[in-house]
Design a protein around this ligand. Sequence first.
Ligand code: SF4
Ligand code: SF4
Length: 428
Amino acid sequence: MIRKATRSIQKTSHFHVMVKPIGAICNLDCTYCYYLEKEHLYPEGEPFRMPWKVLQSFIRQYSAAHKHLPEIHFAWQGGEPTLLGLDFFERAVALQRKYQPAGCRVTNSIQTNGVLLDDAWGRFLKEQGFLVGISIDGSPDLHDRYRVDKGGRPTFDRVARGLEILQRHKVEYNVLTCVHRHNGDHPLEVYRFLKSLGARFIQFIPVVGRASPTSSAATSISVGAEQYGRFLTSVFDEWFYNDVGQVFVQTFDVALGIWALGQASLCVFDETCGRALALEHNGDLYSCDHFVDPAHRLGNINETPLLALLEDPRQQAFGRAKGETLPRFCRECEVLEMCSGGCPKDRILQTPDGESGLNYLCAGYKRFFTHCRPAMARLAALRKARQPAGQLMQLIQAEEVKARPRIGRNDPCPCGSGRKYKKCCLVS
Ligand code: SF4
Ligand code: SF4
């Protein structure tokens, strides 16, 4: 595969800001959430609600920065952004219209736990064309393990009601599933359950928490690296043989994009960082959603223009560091072009020869990218040849089925779970 030459991060055109208009405030208390603690970056009594002046300033500057592009995308996150109420977003949409550059389409996405969604939200999200990301970690027993409210109570039923609102109002949505130690051993159960809910766009996010700020160990609820690799490969096989063109799994789409176009559409697998920033409620801009800390605070958009902060040498250095700090073990890795060493926040291990900076998920990435490579190469070739994917997929699937070794129902499952094939990946 030929990967495009390293992209410059000087271009101000392609950057995204994840907006956190309510900071870290949330109505739930998910055990693995990395953002709740960010509340303590601000003084006690801080009103965590983006003031109108900051909202206006951001929308004006962000719109102007994208005026030469066909689309401006606003991504709202938290904490839980729906806690702000509908009126906040009605005002945001009105401001977007006010500052919308001619010929430029405005789109919005919002990430929510779904608990507060009701018909009024459903109508608004549909009318305004929002794409909604809703967090569901699998069936109730898997979901409720860590996704609990402030009283430690389960949330699945409330989230399912939120999903039903989205479906009833025909709001576009995708499901975001955190993969952790508990649901990580149940890839097909999770995937099939999400499909049974009607999900057609799915994102799997590996939970990796560091045991302490300098530790090379992960928290006990983090997904294991091998476990994550098994999870992705199991779902990939199920998807490839049954769901290509019907269900969209972000990691697979990204992998195909790298194969077909030499471009990673997800920063985690891109060669550089620095184009996905995070904006806190008061206008503070940070290098990335995963680096919201004093060392990565670039400034405040009320005091310094957004574009100046984006071009700040510290942010440029942050972006380049991803590639520049890759250990030799990664630079010589045969799946480097797919993986790019993963997200710097997860680079907490040492390589076998003692160099620091190896990704905690390395074993899983290696397993997944090696496993999907033949299928990706073929899909990429089809895409390049502009062949009708559906027809050709049928041919590929038929060939693959023929080529598959015969596996008995009672044999160990080839996905490596350790369970019998019939109890694991066998599709009846
Ligand atoms: S630090 Fe991780 S999440 Fe942030 S831009 Fe880089 S790869 Fe993406
Ligand atoms: S698979 Fe491992 S060694 Fe290879 S690039 Fe990714 S993190 Fe580095």
